[in-house]
Write a protein that binds this ligand. Structure first.
Ligand SMILES: C[S@@+](CC[C@H](N)C(=O)[O-])C[C@H]1O[C@@H](n2cnc3c(N)ncnc32)[C@H](O)[C@@H]1O
Length: 312
C-alpha cells in the first residue's frame, strides 16, 4: 500500500547539469513512484514525494549527486510560519514520530545554511528557537541515533544574498547518497590511469545515466584506461571494452603520473577492477577499430557507455 512521504534531497553543487538526468535515470531504472515538488532544479535542495520510505531509500542507494536525504517535517519561506508548521507536523504525526523523540533515542541537530555564513553561537540560537520540540533523549554529537537537520537556503548568488532565507526546512536524516564512492574510486590511488582517464564522479554519474544494473552486460567501444568500466562494474555490470590503441589496451602507454617513469608490469584495466573488488565483473578488453565492428550480430549489450575521442 502506498504511504507517500515527503523528503528533502540535498545535492552536491558539482556536475549540476547531470543532476536531473541522474535522478530521472534512477527513477526509470528502479521504476520508482515519485512526485517532484521542486521546480528550480539547479537549487541544491529539492522537495520530492516518494511512494514510501523504501522507494526513497532505493533512490539514495544509487545516487552520486545526492549528499543526503531527509524526511521532511516542515518547510516555509517565512520563519514564524516555519515554526508553526514544525509544531503542527510533530503533533499531527506523533504516532510515527514519537520513537525518535523518546528518552532512549540519542540525537543531534545540525544547522546547515547555504550561501550565508553563521557563527557557532548563531547556529546554537537557531537550534534553541525550536525548544518546543518534545525531545527527551540525550545529545550525542558523535554517534546519534537520530539526526535532525535545520536547513536555510539563502539563494544561489553569493554576490546578492537575499535579506531573508528563501527556504527554511527541517527534517530527519534518512540516508546519505553514494558520494563515498568518489573517494573510493579516486584516480589518485588507481592502479592504472592515463591522460584520458575520467574522474570517478563523472564516470559514476554516466554509469547511472546508462542505468547499469547488477548482471547487465556493458560495453565501452572507446575504452581507453577503462574508467567507465570501473563505474559500470561497481554497479554490478559485466564489462567489456575495445580501443584502437594497442598500447592503451595493454597498459603500455606512457605513464601519466609525474612521479612514474615506467609502467608497472601489473598495470591493466583488469587490475583496476580487482583493486575495487570487481574482478569477477571483468569480461575482456580488445584492440578494435570502432568503424570496423568485431562483434557477432547475436551479441546484445544492456548498455553501451562511452567517452568519445575528439576525432574518430
Ligand atoms: C576520450 S578517450 C576514452 C577515455 C576513457 N574513458 C578512459 O577512461 O581512459 C577515447 C579513446 O578512443 C580511442 N579511439 C579513438 N579512435 C578510435 C576508434 N576508431 N576505435 C576505437 N577506439 C578509438 C582512443 O585511443 C582513446 O583511448
Amino acid at each position: 500500500m502506498a504511504n507517500w512521504r515527503k523528503f528533502i534531497l540535498w545535492f552536491a553543487q558539482e556536475h549540476v547539469d547531470f543532476r536531473v538526468q541522474e535522478f530521472d535515470s534512477l527513477v526509470k531504472m528502479f521504476g520508482l513512484q515519485v512526485r517532484r515538488l521542486t521546480e528550480h532544479t539547479m537549487k541544491p535542495f529539492w522537495l520530492v514525494e516518494f511512494r514510501d520510505t523504501d522507494t526513497a531509500l532505493q533512490y539514495a542507494s544509487r545516487s552520486i549527486s545526492l549528499r543526503a536525504m531527509f524526511e521532511l517535517y516542515a518547510h516555509s519561506n517565512k520563519l514564524p510560519e516555519f515554526h508553526q508548521r514544525l509544531r503542527n507536523h510533530v503533533t499531527e504525526n506523533w504516532g510515527t514520530l514519537a520513537e525518535y523523540f523518546r528518552l532512549e533515542s540519542s540525537f543531534k541537530i545540525v544547522v546547515e545554511t547555504y550561501n550565508k555564513h553563521f557563527s557557532q553561537k548563531e547556529k546554537v540560537e537557531k537550534i534553541e528557537s525550536m525548544d518546543y520540540l518534545p525531545i527527551e533523549g540525550p545529545v550525542n554529537l558523535k554517534n546519534p541515533q537520530v539526526e535532525w537537520w535545520y536547513i536555510e537556503f539563502w539563494g544561489l548568488n553569493p554576490t546578492a544574498v537575499p535579506p531573508e532565507p528563501e527556504e527554511i526546512m527541517f527534517g530527519r536524516l534518512v540516508a546519505n547518497g553514494q558520494r563515498h564512492l568518489i573517494k573510493e574510486l579516486s584516480l589518485k590511488q588507481r592502479k592504472f590511469i592515463g591522460n584520458t582517464s575520467m574522474d570517478a564522479q563523472l564516470s559514476l554519474l554516466m554509469a547511472n545515466q546508462a542505468m547499469v544494473r547488477d548482471g547487465d552486460l556493458v560495453f565501452d567501444p572507446f575504452v581507453g584506461t577503462g574508467s567507465l568500466l570501473v563505474s559500470a562494474a561497481k554497479w554490478g555490470g559485466y564489462v567489456l571494452g575495445a580501443d584502437i590503441d594497442y598500447m592503451m589496451v595493454h597498459a603500455r602507454c606512457r605513464p601519466s603520473r609525474i612521479t612514474q617513469k615506467v609502467r608497472e608490469k601489473d598495470e591493466s584495466i583488469r587490475a583496476n577492477l580487482k583493486q575495487y573488488g570487481c574482478a569477477d565483473r571483468y569480461m575482456d578488453v580488445v584492440v578494435a577499430d570502432f568503424s570496423n565492428p568485431v562483434w557477432d550480430s547475436r551479441i546484445s549489450f544492456d548498455s553501451i557507455i562511452t567517452d568519445l575521442p575528439l576525432v574518430i
